[in-house]
Design a protein around this ligand. Structure first.
Ligand code: IMP
Length: 197
């Protein structure tokens, strides 16, 4: 049983994948409430502007899906995929674009949507890269902010939650491509990744 007893997930999430977690950090209800709040805030801030939300794949796919469904205004959605960790749990610092945007962002109000900012290396690279394409504005919206792990200062205009310096999975976040489908976010037991190192 997970330590946060009042956050023990209901069926079908009791047991199974959940056994690999040491505790639940954020419940589905907490994530949904905060995401809707952020969506409404973004909608107010970008009223009349037709912003372009750029999701960073694959980790942000659930977050951006919920975020835009809380935004009642005209907007565009695009995605980029970058390489980050592979199967490891610490950043390599080497960022490679695996999938670029489908269209130009020149003159657009762009909101980069990230699942988690850890060392900040990925975001630092992306922000510099996208700025060279002359958007009208560029801001970052991150679900989780792992501040204590930061190696590069990056400005986060919108943050869902602070995150402890532990490896978390669920709600889009993965370890080795797994656990993305959990509707909540939990801390992965270190023995799960240590045994594969
Ligand atoms: P950064 O470059 O170190 O800031 O890492 C950014 C990317 O690494 C995120 O978009 C995630 O894909 C991944 N990442 C960082 N920390 C975690 C974590 O705790 N769980 C899962 N993925 C993470």
């Amino acid at each position: 049983m997970l330590p946060r007893m009042n956050h023990t997930p209901a069926e079908p999430w009791n047991g199974g994948l959940t056994n690999d977690l040491s505790r639940i950090l954020l419940t589905e209800a907490e994530i949904q409430a905060r995401t809707h709040e952020l969506g409404r805030q973004l909608a107010a801030d970008y009223a009349g502007k037709d912003p372009l939300l750029v999701g960073i794949l694959s980790g942000s796919f659930l977050f951006i899906a919920d975020l835009v469904r809380a935004m009642n205004l005209q907007l565009g959605i695009d995605f980029m995929a970058v390489s980050s960790y592979g199967d490891r749990t610490t950043s390599s610092g080497v960022v490679r674009i695996l999938k670029d945007l489908n269209s130009s962002i020149a003159g657009r109000d762009v909101v980069l949507v990230e699942d988690i900012v850890d060392s900040g290396l990925t975001l630092d690279y992306l922000v510099h890269n996208l700025r060279t394409r002359q958007p009208a504005s560029l801001r970052v919206c991150a679900l989780l902010d792992k501040k204590d792990a930061r190696q590069r200062a990056v400005e986060l205009a919108y943050v869902g939650f602070p995150c402890p310096n532990e490896f978390v999975v669920g709600y889009g976040l993965d370890y080795g491509g797994r656990y993305r489908n959990l509707p909540f976010i939990g801390v992965l037991r270190p023995e799960v990744y240590r045994k594969e190192e």
